[in-house]
Design a protein around this ligand. Structure first.
Ligand code: FAD
Length: 383
């Protein structure tokens, strides 16, 4: 595809972290951009923990996800710097991540991860419970071992979204706050019966993308995640410096500190369609597991419970590329949309300019999914 900046507008459908990053990057590069979303920033991105963690997210068999995540992480410092200048501070934290284990099964899971990373030539440091507590004194006495991963970072998700929104608006992106009903080459049909005519459409509607174009039907599924926000009250133990990830009786839990003294605690993972209600059982599990890791949180204020939808793909890699002439897609970022925003925005720009894509991005091309059996679509569809 070679779309000249004079060819007409680019319509970006969906304004979560991916759509906003794409819209900003294209507008900065001279394209006229229309972003279609009834409620920008309201999708899965708004509730995300904000970890930029390709290493602690990796697992044997998902090497392409690790390669793409690492490529995007390398772009984050520059992305954050440019965002600070153009829209606001995304709150990039560089203190790194500790992955900790409480029982022998959890320790075994971490050992598999450490061996896998070593085979890939990525050294991580194994630490005892005592060494971990020397780094983060709030860790509980049941934490018995873990890994230090200094390269896995975090951002303040909501500040990132505010900054992207402002940067996109500042670069001239036009916002149309109506839902799209469907997308075809050169046109977006809107729920109010009007249309947006354009040179190219980019589908970035997260978990809702599957209902917008037949080429995505059954390939993108909603994966519900629940998250809690806590705040250290005066006199309580301060929030940790690093992101803490743990397995507690095989259930994953993570605690992401914010500069403001907030602690984001997540996250559940349920395949229950477009349901976004927080259940009591999930709150109970998250608090109980997190308290085993960081006992001091019992004294924190619980300030928010929230649920959001990740956009799952059949192989956990996103779907980035051309669906048909005039229609691009950038979705399916599953657990890593914040992490993958910089590399995705660059990829969409490169596709429009007919530039060669890096191998890590080519692996995410939608053509790899041809012939993959479609899932039954869950009730809900596009917003
Ligand atoms: C609990 C939880 C924790 C997470 N933690 C992390 C993390 O720590 N790190 C990380 O990298 N990722 C994390 N993720 C994943 C991350 O949130 C997603 O990968 C990311 O939100 C994907 O961004 P997106 O822009 O594709 O989709 P979304 O953020 O879901 O945005 C989709 C947008 O499309 C819009 N839309 C929907 N339908 C239509 C329509 N018909 N027309 C127009 N617009 C429409 C919505 O209003 C929304 O604004 C987490 C997700 C959850 C749920």
């Amino acid at each position: 595809m070679n779309v000249d900046v004079t060819a007409g507008a680019v319509a970006v459908v969906g304004g979560g972290v991916i759509g906003l990053s794409v819209a900003w990057r294209l507008a900065e590069s001279g394209y006229r951009v229309v972003l279609v979303d009834p409620a920008p920033r309201s999708g899965g991105s708004w509730v995300a923990g904000g970890m930029l963690a390709p290493v602690t997210e990796s697992w044997p068999g998902e090497e392409e996800v690790l390669a793409l995540g690492s490529a995007s992480l390398a772009r984050w410092p520059d992305f954050a710097e440019r965002l600070r200048a153009a829209g606001g501070d995304p709150g990039l934290r560089t203190e790194g991540t500790l992955a900790v284990a409480l029982d022998s099964a959890d320790a075994e899971t971490l050992a598999v991860l450490a061996d896998h990373l070593r085979e890939l030539g990525r050294e991580v440091e194994r630490l005892s419970g005592r060494q971990l507590r020397a780094l983060e004194p709030g860790l509980g006495s049941r934490v018995r071992s873990g890994l230090h991963v200094p390269g896995d970072l975090a951002v303040d998700t909501r500040e990132t979204l505010r900054a992207l929104h402002a940067a996109a608006a500042g670069a001239g992106v036009e916002f149309v706050t109506v839902a799209a009903r469907s997308v075809g080459p050169n046109v977006v049909e809107l729920a109010d019966e009007s249309t947006v005519e354009c040179a190219v459409v980019v589908i970035t509607a997260g978990a809702w993308s599957g209902g917008l174009h037949p080429g995505l039907a059954g390939l993108v599924r909603p994966v519900k995640g629940e998250i809690l926000r806590l705040r250290a009250r005066p006199g309580a133990l301060p929030v940790p410096t690093r992101t803490i990830r743990a397995h507690v009786e095989s259930r994953p839990v993570y605690l992401v500190p914010r500069e403001s003294g907030e602690l984001v605690l997540g996250a559940t993972q349920h395949e229950v369609g477009f349901d976004t209600e927080v259940t009591a059982a999930s709150v109970l599990d998250l608090l109980r597991d997190a308290q085993q890791v960081l006992p001091g949180i019992g004294e924190y204020a619980l300030t928010e419970t929230a649920a959001g939808l990740r956009a799952g793909s059949p192989d956990n890699l996103p779907i980035i590329g051309v669906l048909e002439p005039g229609v691009l897609v950038a979705t399916g970022h599953h657990r890593n949309g914040l992490l993958l925003a910089p590399v995705t925005a660059e990829a969409v720009l490169s596709i429009l300019r007919a530039e060669e894509l890096p191998a890590a991005v080519r692996a995410a091309d939608p053509s790899r999914l041809r012939g993959v059996p479609a899932l039954p679509s869950p009730a809900g569809g596009p917003r």
